[in-house]
Design a protein around this ligand. Structure first.
Ligand SMILES: [Zn+2]
Length: 348
């Protein structure tokens, strides 16, 4: 997830002069080219180059080399049941009139900015948090893509919903400098035969934002944040960690939902067709070194597909991962009702 995204939000609001068409239709707009050259948006990458993950610690020495980094592997048998981790309160639901989502490709991920009032509290959070944006991390095949792993298993795609502490801080940027500043939801996905209808409005506009160099931002109607959560949002893991992208600041209260959401192969395919920024192709040598990963984009130049945009898991270094539910009874993503029944039988 992205510290830089907050700057994006401010910049986009400033330069985004277009108005929605008023008919609820996706509305592609160009936005200013200077957006793409904000240094910390494009200074790092996931690739095997000078700005790749092996160099994040050198590029951002104050934070990416910290001891309490994210993502992590969640070894479920070592998690501790915490009775303070109650159900979340999410509002407004449905979104207020005039709320909308703005979809764009920032060169590192597909990011959806929320415009309007979206808030979350409870769930073990001490304050009211405002939802700023959500985005995704995905893989080039179904065996990779998520940032967090559960018992060593990696999901093909992970969604992060980024919320900032509206009670204590004045802006997302300010919140991003405090240990309780950010609360991020992590939703892991499994492959299903059917499309996920909650994702479909976003999927439909991905071709319009495929190339980050086009600087296109598409407005779509907002939907309830709850639509993206699994069926049992009261079952989750909790730990303290960091942003998973530079500057990797250790300011995140993480919630990783136990149950997976679902996505179809067809929907996932659209994510895998996104392009990384051409700014990542700094030198001819670099282009040659990664030629096998390049795709030609409309005859213009060789470009890198935006995929495998995830950070490896990091050591917990003594941190505890808590869980909101008593039982670790096996849970099937296909039929959570059966597992809830198991819970009751074993522990009530
Ligand atoms: Zn993320």
């Amino acid at each position: 997830m992205k510290k830089v995204a907050f700057r994006n939000i401010c910049a986009i609001i400033f330069i985004y002069l277009a108005l929605a068409d008023g008919q609820g239709q996706p509305n592609p707009r160009q936005f200013s080219a200077f957006q793409a050259i904000i240094p910390d948006v494009s200074y790092w990458s996931y690739g095997n180059n000078d700005h790749g993950q092996l160099f994040w610690q050198r590029l951002f020495p104050n934070s990416c080399a910290g001891r309490f980094q994210s993502p992590v592997d969640i070894a479920t048998s070592r998690t501790i049941y915490n009775t303070d981790l109650k159900e979340f309160a999410i509002f407004y639901d449905p979104p207020l009139l005039g709320s909308k989502f703005e979809v764009h490709n920032n060169g590192h991920t597909v990011e959806v900015n929320t415009v309007g009032d979206f808030y979350v509290t409870n769930g073990g959070l001490q304050n009211l948090y405002k939802t700023a944006q959500f985005h995704f991390h995905w893989g080039s095949n179904n065996g990779r893509g998520s940032e967090h792993t559960v018992d060593g298993e990696r999901a093909p795609i992970e969604m992060h919903i980024v919320n900032w502490n509206r009670d204590k801080y004045n802006s997302p940027d300010e919140a991003g400098t405090h240990p309780d500043g950010l609360a991020v939801f992590s939703i892991l996905f499994r492959i299903a035969k059917e499309d996920n209808p909650a994702l479909e409005p976003i999927i439909r506009v991905l071709p319009k934002v495929r190339d980050p160099d086009d600087h296109v931002l598409v407005t779509i109607p907002a939907v309830s944040i709850k639509e993206f959560l699994p069926n049992s949002p009261d079952r989750y893991f909790r730990y303290s960690g960091s942003l998973t992208t530079p500057n990797c600041s250790e300011t995140v209260i993480w919630t990783v939902f136990e149950q997976k959401q679902y996505i179809s192969e067809r929907q996932l395919h659209y994510f895998r067709q996104m392009l990384a920024s051409s700014l990542h192709l700094e030198t001819r040598e670099h282009r040659q070194s990664i030629q096998g990963q390049l795709q030609q984009s409309q005859g213009r130049e060789w470009r890198t597909l935006l995929t495998d945009n995830y950070r490896p898991v990091h050591d917990l270094h003594g941190r505890t991962v808590y869980r909101s539910f008593r039982s670790l009874a096996p849970q099937s993503d296909e039929n959570c009702n059966v597992n809830i029944a198991l819970d009751v039988k074993l522990h009530v």
